[in-house]
Ligand binder design. Sequence first.
Ligand SMILES: CC(C)(COP(=O)(O)OP(=O)(O)OC[C@H]1O[C@@H](n2cnc3c(N)ncnc32)[C@H](O)[C@@H]1OP(=O)(O)O)[C@@H](O)C(=O)NCCC(=O)NCCS
Length: 478
Amino acid sequence: MVCPREQQSDTAYGERMKTNTDKVSTIAGKAVDKNTVTIINNRTGESFDFPIMDGTEGPSLFNISTLYAKTGMFTYDPGFTSTGSCQSGITFIDGEKGILLHRGYPIEQLVNSSNYLDVCYLLLHGELPSKKEQLEFDTAITTHTMLHEQLTSFYRGFKRSAHPMAIMVGVVGALSAFYHSDTDIHDPIQRMVAAHRIIAKMPTIGAYAYKYSIGQPFMYPQNSLSYSENLLRMMFAVPTEEYKINAVSARAIDRILILHADHEQNASTSTVRLAGSSGANPFACVASGIASLWGPAHGGANEAVLKMLNEIGDKKQIPKFIARAKDKSDSFRLMGFGHRVYKNFDPRAKVMKDTCHEVLNELGISDPVLPIALELERIALEDEYFIERKLYPNVDFYSGIILRALGFPSPMFTVLFSIARTVGWIAHWKEMFGNEESQRIGRPRQLYVGTKQRNFKQIEQRKQKTPDWLRLWGNRRS
Ligand SMILES: CC(C)(COP(=O)(O)OP(=O)(O)OC[C@H]1O[C@@H](n2cnc3c(N)ncnc32)[C@H](O)[C@@H]1OP(=O)(O)O)[C@@H](O)C(=O)NCCC(=O)NCCS
């Protein structure tokens, strides 16, 4: 965004201030541009104006990109809780109200009236597809579902017991070796082909990771099936038997994919943008997103939720676990609760809860962890600790139960999330190229708190106490 203040000389700025009265406020007897934020350095008394930027929805931001040049200081914001890193038109979240919009459409409407590939189209192109566009897009995706046969040899380099997310990071990273010299990221058409390729291949890569872990042959994709049906078949079919797609399961997978398709500037999407800002290969960027997603504070949470529910094991144990979650000396947290952005119900969690009941009912499954989950949710939502901190169930709280009912082993939960989120990652990566500012290489600053400059010491001069790492290492060995 062009900063109006920077465009003009100070004199021109002063002239504008005199004439344009609705844009001027008077603060402490001084006329100031209303569309700015003034920061005063109380050490020196100097004041600096920064232009306010307004989006179409949500809080305004003030542009501090000239902060260092003007003040000689940086800002400090660990975890980027108050920092906007880009302009984006893909997804909007109002965490206080529990609203999630993709290109303006509420997530509930998309889940109930659309399908995953239409949502992919919407995220990538900004509009829902017409009939013709839908056909062309679906065809473009299905023609890319197969993997280069050579890529399958990468799986054999992993232990059979490897976590499938480790395999995903490796195999998706390896895709960059197959599509590097013919992927010119400065060509919009090639960026689009890269987007189609990765969206199409992710279910195949994910399903192969599972098949490899259980020693079954890889099932090739079948392009007559829908995206979700194909995923189910590649996961659960075997070459020796006919595989019947269960419509309820396919619809549930499609819903889960839609609910995880994008979530604006979260850890993994920001990782993809940051990796992409250096001009890296898009498949390598997606691999970096997968690595970031894997952690239990992000995409690994649904696996962690199920582990926690199993560990609780009985409704009677819930108060003990709630007490542990509240105890600051215990690192245990209630998995599937809380969110950096939502300070209200995660709108995706509501849909997920309904889908969970629907799937269990229709498949006739009674999972002993469901009553524990429902009771845990009830107790936590009435507990002062969770109320005060606005900790509500998030999207991961019920998704694990659904996936288990559909036959997915828990290490595959995050894989499914990564398949769904690939469109979000690649849509943001693609969007970056449309905006010059966003294309600047990402380079956060730091507050250096280490040793000041000093002169090199020869080894004979170094008299140091046992460093921490050696002490810890010694304890571990003894
Ligand atoms: C998602 C998450 C990382 C967001 O973290 P955040 O925005 O940085 O929030 P904070 O860690 O600052 O938490 C704010 C407060 O709530 C507490 N809190 C947050 N989530 C909690 C949880 N799941 N269980 C218990 N306490 C929790 C924190 O201890 C902190 O308490 P304090 O103010 O007394 O120190 C966090 O809520 C979490 O770890 N949740 C569990 C993992 C999960 O489900 N992740 C999936 C997200 S979709």
